[in-house]
Write a protein that binds this ligand. Structure first.
Ligand SMILES: CC(C)(COP(=O)(O)OP(=O)(O)OC[C@H]1O[C@@H](n2cnc3c(N)ncnc32)[C@H](O)[C@@H]1OP(=O)(O)O)[C@@H](O)C(=O)NCCC(=O)NCCS
Length: 299
């Protein structure tokens, strides 16, 4: 058993290395992180609340799937944290796996699977099976983003400053609610009470870290951005601009401040999850690439 566990852990690391080769210039993940992941995997193998399915043949991992219950923008769902097939599965095989995962979590009725954009066949099967794109994980190099934004940034009457949580949170949440509701391409379409509480707590944490910023015009808050610094690869958790102030380059100013902050924290790369068309359009110009497509199905 221990040998099989080792093979599965190596399989997981291999997929991380592939990701790094493709999107992070071959960056070597630190040992401390690998240790943390090893512990997480070991606990998943023995955790009755985690779904774990694998097959190993002649010392090779043929299939390895890990799933667990996770919180996502205001609700709980089944999140697949590893989805490996040595050979591309048939439609029947894939559907069988999805069914067995759903059976394992009878109280959850949404499932999310992260797929590499190069996995064309799996993508096709999922789309044919009524999965839709819930988010694109969009990754870029901090310095590339800064270079583009410094070249194109124009607005002069908009100022960016650190968010003061108590002073700004109500205005920021108001903008969050309005901006997502009015942006048909946003992955957040209904801004539930639960999501508001979740976002409030995110802004509180980010403001404390000094990584939440607001855009102001005549001292009125018109937009916000927030990130979670995390070693070499940080997360831009949110960016919003009041619909009345959109299309004037405000988000570019916000991104520029957030990316400069991350650069100062030695975060060479950053990522975020989005379906928003403005973010995708601008992201291309910032040389961001889609690393993972998250497909979702609600039952
Ligand atoms: C995404 C969002 C923050 C962009 O804010 P914004 O201040 O309007 O964006 P900007 O004016 O800085 O424009 C940035 C880029 O978006 C695209 N864009 C903005 N407005 C556009 C328009 N009317 N038509 C086409 N592209 C547009 C362009 O690519 C533009 O870059 P460019 O000027 O170099 O071509 C805003 O649309 C929003 O708040 N959406 C709802 C919340 C959301 O979905 N946030 C993203 C979560 S990941």
């Amino acid at each position: 058993m221990v040998k099989i566990e080792q093979l599965l852990i190596e399989n997981f690391f291999k997929s991380m290395d592939q990701y790094s080769a493709e999107f992070m210039e071959g960056y070597k993940f630190p040992l401390a992180l690998k240790k943390k992941i090893t512990n997480f995997l070991k606990s998943s193998f023995n955790d009755e609340n985690s779904y774990c399915s694998f097959s190993v043949k002649n010392g090779q991992v043929e299939k390895f799937i890990l799933a667990r219950s996770a919180a996502d923008i205001g609700g709980n769902l089944i999140a697949i944290s590893h989805f490996h097939f040595k050979d591309v599965p048939s439609k029947q095989e894939l559907n069988k796996v999805i069914q067995s995962i759903m059976d394992f979590f009878p109280s959850l009725n949404s499932i999310v699977i992260g797929v590499s954009p190069s996995d064309k066949k799996v993508t096709r099967i999922l789309k044919g099976n009524k999965f839709f794109i819930a988010a694109n994980e969009f990754i870029g190099k901090t310095s590339d983003g800064i270079r583009y934004l410094e070249k194109t940034e124009k607005t002069s009457d908009v100022l960016i400053r650190e968010m003061k949580f108590k002073r700004d949170i109500d205005s920021v949440l108001k903008i969050e609610r309005r901006a997502h509701k009015e942006d048909g391409s946003s992955r957040i379409q209904s801004y539930s009470k639960k999501l508001q509480i979740e976002m409030k707590s995110h802004y509180q944490k980010m403001a404390k870290l000094g990584t939440a910023f607001v855009a102001t015009k005549n001292e009125k808050v018109i937009g916000a951005v927030g990130s979670y610094p995390n070693g070499k690869l940080s997360l831009i958790a949110t960016i919003v601009v009041d619909p009345k102030s959109q299309g004037q380059g405000v988000s570019k100013k916000l991104y520029l401040r957030a990316l400069k902050d991350l650069e100062g924290r030695r975060s060479t790369f950053y990522k975020g999850q989005t379906t928003t068309s403005n973010v995708l359009a601008m992201g291309k110009k910032m040389k961001r690439k889609i690393g993972t497509i998250y497909f979702r199905k609600d039952y």
